[in-house]
Design a protein around this ligand. Sequence first.
Ligand code: PGA
Length: 263
Amino acid sequence: MGSVTRKPLIAGNWKMNLDHLQAVAFVQKLHWTLKDAAHETDSVEVAVFPPFTDIRTVQTLMDADKIPFALGAQDVSAKDSGAYTGEVSGAFLKKLDVHYVIIGHSERREYHAESDEIVAGKVQAALRHGLVPVICVGETLEQREESGPTAVSVAQLRAALEGVASDADIVVAYEPVWAIGTGQVASPEQAQEVCAALRSVVADALGDAAAERTRILYGGSVKSGNIASFMREPDVDGALVGGASLLADEFAAIIRYQKHVGV
Ligand code: PGA
């Protein structure tokens, strides 16, 4: 698995699922499932990314019950404040103890026409407010066939890291579009190939120390049955999980991948 210096990160992207009441039940269930399994919370970092409307409630619950998950948001405005109807400032997220923010998810690139330039602006906004951007990159099947496995992700990450300081705390997520929500998972070798190329991009843009420190996740149809095979790859430091992060037992099993045979 990934370098010993990088703590694995298992991140649950809820997308537009679970209202704030369902979120309470879910987070409690996940917490108790892990506790019952005597999961060692230090071995893997767990993060949940609820919809904006759940964040305050989830933060209050995790604080009150000392639940050791990191809190993330699914998007952030490139602007800090002002007349931007419907946008959410990084400053507001920071006040709610939000630590991570997903930026450039393929669903936002596709349905909200987020360009590399918009993504780069959001990365800057996250860093300005002390949030850790989880920068998502990945190719469609057509792009993979046209330009090979790494070209699109490499170009997207280069653009997102424009102007980022070498000591910035970032996370990168390689999510091949053809593997998201399709059940058509990338092979561990395919994930490793792109994640290694992305680590080289981080090295070029931010230096070797940043490349060594930065966690690179794989995302796309991750399940309890395949997570261990990804985590064995040297440049895969965790997973960004969509559908399977909505089932407490399944997500707990993903988090406990080290218990699976052969890891
Ligand atoms: P999936 O989604 O696990 O449902 O494929 C991953 C993601 O979009 O982050």
